[in-house]
Write a protein that binds this ligand. Structure first.
Ligand code: ATP
Ligand code: MG
Length: 195
């Protein structure tokens, strides 16, 4: 399985998604996380602590990828059209995280417009940083995106993810009463991918 996580907007949970999908797949087989973002957020996260999978940068990917069963690629925000096409061509599934606010949804729709014909059946949108009820933003986002392929699972907005990044570990290793819930969200997304 080769999964790429991408999106136009910054700070919408791409790296957090890539890291936790890699965690999910590492429980199924040897998994590699390719850090395709020049900011090296995933690499930094792993260096502060430890991950249950290897992290390499894009330049090392060709060397390492043949040895791994599952590969997850984290990418930089704002890819241009050519970059986006190349990302889409090079994976089995393109995961497009978005927060449910209008600005992010607009950016997402631009991304999808550029991709539309090429990978209609090979991308899925993931709502991230979803506020708890009674905030209805995610419901409204689902209506706006109703024609597009969305994961049923939503990633809740939880502080445990920031703690995980600071500590350099996956969220399930964080001491936080919501850590297990946070992990169960990404686990559920993983199950949607593999089912
Ligand atoms: N579900 C969530 N709930 C709360 N905070 C989150 C969640 N997902 C990510 N975050 C936090 O939001 C910030 C941005 O997340 P992340 O780095 O994953 O986004 P990104 O899209 O990769 O950003 P960039 O475009 O800069 O690469 C981080 O501080 C992260 O810890
Ligand atoms: Mg990132």
């Amino acid at each position: 399985m080769l999964i790429t996580v991408a999106g136009f907007k910054g700070g919408i949970g791409k790296t957090t998604t890539a890291v936790h999908l890699a965690c999910y797949f590492s429980k199924l087989g040897d998994t590699l996380l390719v850090d395709g973002d020049p900011n090296r957020s995933a690499t930094g996260w792993s260096k502060r602590g430890a991950f249950p999978f290897k992290v390499v940068d894009l330049m090392q990917a060709a060397l390492y990828s043949p040895k791994y069963e599952h590969i997850v690629i984290d990418t930089a925000a704002r890819p241009d059209e050519a970059e986006l096409q190349a990302l889409a061509d090079g994976c089995n599934l393109l995961v497009l995280p978005t927060t449910p606010d209008a600005l992010a949804i607009d950016a997402l729709l631009q991304t999808v417009d550029l991709l539309q014909d090429k990978i209609r059946d090979r991308y899925r949108i993931l709502l991230t940083m979803v506020h708890p009820k009674p905030v209805k933003m995610a419901e409204q986002a689902r209506v706006a995106l109703s024609e597009l392929p969305l994961f049923d699972t939503e990633i809740r907005r939880l502080i445990a993810y920031e703690k995980a990044s600071l500590m350099g570990v996956p969220v399930y290793q964080v001491k936080d009463r919501m850590a297990k819930i946070a992990w169960s969200d990404y686990e559920q997304v993983g199950k949607e991918i593999t089912s």
